[in-house]
Design a protein around this ligand. Sequence first.
Ligand code: HEM
Length: 489
Amino acid sequence: EATTGARRRALKKQHGCLPPKHIPTKDPILGLDRFFKNLKAYKEHRQLEAWGQELTDNNAHTIMLSILRQTIFVTDDPSNVKTMLATEFDDWSIGSERISSMTSFLGKGIFTTEGAAWKHSREMLRPCFERSQVADVSIMEKHTARLIDLVPKDGATIDLAPLFHNLTLDVSTEFLFGQSTNSLDPGQEKSCDEFVEAFEYCQDPFKENISWFSILSQFLPDPRFKRCIKVIQEFIDGIIESEIASRTSKPDSATNRYVFLDELLSQTSDLTRIRSELLNILLAGRDTTASLLSNIFFELPRHPSIVSRLRREIAEHVGRDPPTYQQLKEMKYLKAIINESQRLYPIVPTNSRQAVKDTLLPHGGGPDATAPLFVPKGAVVAWLSRAMHRREDIYGPDAEAFNPSRWLDGEHASSPLRPGWGYLPFNGGPRICIGQQFALTETSYVVVRLLQEFPVLESRDDEPWREKLSITVTGLGGAKVGLRDFGEG
Ligand code: HEM
């Protein structure tokens, strides 16, 4: 029997692996200097940039770091990411940390499981998403119209970000549960405020204020967290029960609206399972789409010529009526704008996987990190989509600029752009975002409707984009704009 060491040496030799570029810390035991550097960057809202800078400073696309006694590899190399997410999918776990921290809040569902349990979730949910695609647009009009009602039409400054947040919550709950939180409707009694507050509390581990106390409190019991979980569970259970009751009282054809929960009820009768899947999807789909919309409305008013071209496309494809699903799909420039926003500001800007056995990555070894890399069982590899999306060797020398034309063949110096695994807003491989189409439809719909409604769109903020980082990232400054409608005449 070969020892682990001998086996590993043989594996490295066989594949020509070289040692990684290890970035030393001043504190060699805990790596505390790096920890404090990260904390400082986080507080200054430039953590993502600082991580990317670490790669640039070391002139390598893959490095090895030690933080608080944990060794992690950091990469912005597309072939490494492809290996973890697709080619060698079975060698990689979503990580014990993610599973334990998120299961307590979301339960076991598509986002928090792996292996056979995850496969089962994915198979059960896929048809629900496929069937929902065309129906989405009808849900969106009602909520978008409410958002438009709340926007001042005389050019007064408004931050659209909180409204997008409410919009995606109202749309997601209507789509998933058949009952909307209606947070944008001033006339509705807010019966779900308690649920919304509890859901938001559980989602943000640092409660937006990272400090010594908030870090320490991660290790202390949190009675409020427990109370919030109870509120969330009771709220969803109530919805599931009322949906079951309405299914029994009405035959299938009595309602023609699409409800995800109905689809799910026809696949399983396990209520705990249904509750968990709904929460998993609500978490995955809500803030992400709201942040994407905010980022688009951060950039658009800063680029009047891009807005003019988009308006021409809307006029040609849609006119003044609300867009159909088919029309949205045909709008190439709109798609290029969404792509470009997700390139510069990917909503899931960094992610990681943990090796479930000794394994290999194609790059990361040797002084220039281009030789194969040996990764021991248990090691964590983080990838930086934000840094990868700004690589000049993939996107050209203007990689830091917002320029949707780069996505249109023949319109940019690096055309045709085919970034492959160098562009990953929704990840790739078997765990690719299952709600991608839903998110793109919702985003496209809202962009088109707002531009149709408001011929004037002005920026009211000259700050650069800065990050507000939690599990996902959103723009700290939101989307402050001034809008004017067509007026009375
Ligand atoms: C702009 C919006 C969105 C972005 C950027 C986004 C991004 C992502 C990414 C990067 C992942 C992979 C996470 C990982 O494996 O570590 C993911 C997974 C997932 N997303 Fe999205 N997402 C968006 C919207 C949505 C929407 C609207 C839904 C549902 C309505 C949704 C449902 C999911 C689910 C259920 C998963 C887990 C899939 C699995 O593990 O098999 N997402 N998303």
